[in-house]
Ligand binder design. Structure first.
Ligand code: R5P
Length: 259
């Protein structure tokens, strides 16, 4: 890894801990209007002091997020499908030059192992890695978005390992039973998605179990911005990921913030 690539990775994964709290707000690229993201700047502004990076599309970045915000950007660079069609047929949607123009610290795309778009999206990953290596921009590969697949250790381990083999610099996946085995077989940092909104304590347990089983952090969206206290929730998640807090202590942070 050259200097630029390492520097960008260290903007995302805090060098003191090797972990990250990534806030995901890119859902609209295939879901359209998403509860909590009607006015993205209003949603994220109070949350950013507690996040290490922000994952979003270039449209929302350019139109809704003030350029004075100094948070490292993980730029969603795949899409072209929606929940109304075959989601897995994604293409690349952002040129690396434009990612550099918006000062992205990383780019991200989804891959769909075992689905119709498997070949296309894995080749998309290879292309994005080539461009990333050329300019020193790390690539985050997102696995297992969609409804059809079984999110167990066998499937997630397969998808994550393929991403790493194709050159992804980090992988996003889901927490599952046997997650340590997924981590052991994936020679790049793994972050976990939160998935659909669940009860706050359960979401904190998910983050706690994931980092204790080897995840290098979280890339969570709906369990933060759809919470009844988004700021309390991201502070609580941060306490778990970056400060090693217990679930009880983290839940206390959320509850106190909620008042
Ligand atoms: C899905 O492709 C998107 O990248 C989301 O950012 C991702 O699913 C994480 O968000 P959530 O925690 O809401 O699942």
């Amino acid at each position: 890894m050259d200097w630029g690539m390492k520097n960008r990775m260290s903007r995302i994964f805090k060098p003191e801990t090797g972990r990250t709290v990534m806030l995901a707000i890119d859902h609209g690229y295939f879901l359209g209007p998403t509860g909590g993201l009607e006015e993205p700047a209003k949603t994220v502004e109070p949350l950013l002091p507690h996040a290490d990076s922000l994952m979003l599309t270039r449209g929302v970045l350019r139109r809704c997020i003030p350029s004075s915000f100094s948070i490292p950007i993980v730029l969603r660079s795949s899409g072209g499908t929606s929940i109304l069609t075959e989601l897995s047929n994604e293409g690349l949607t952002v040129d690396m030059e434009d990612a550099l123009r918006v000062n992205a610290s990383a780019v991200t795309l989804s891959i769909f192992v075992g689905e119709e778009g498997e070949r296309t999206t894995l080749l998309n990953l290879a292309k994005l890695v080539d461009a990333g290596e050329k300019y020193g921009v790390p690539v985050l590969a997102v696995t297992a978005v969609g409804k059809n697949m079984t999110r167990d250790a066998r499937y997630l381990g397969l998808a994550c390992r393929i991403c790493a083999e194709l050159g992804a610099h980090m992988v996003k996946t889901y927490y599952c039973e046997g997650f340590e085995e997924v981590v052991r077989n994936t020679p790049v940092p793994i972050v976990i998605a939160g998935g659909k909104k669940i009860e706050e304590r359960a979401a904190l347990e998910l983050a706690y179990n994931a980092v204790n089983d080897g995840a290098c952090g979280v890339d969570m969206g709906r369990n933060v911005f759809q919470s009844d206290c988004p700021e309390g929730m991201i502070r609580a998640i941060r306490a778990v990921v970056q400060d090693g807090a217990s679930v009880d202590d983290a839940f206390g942070i959320y509850r106190d913030a909620k008042g």
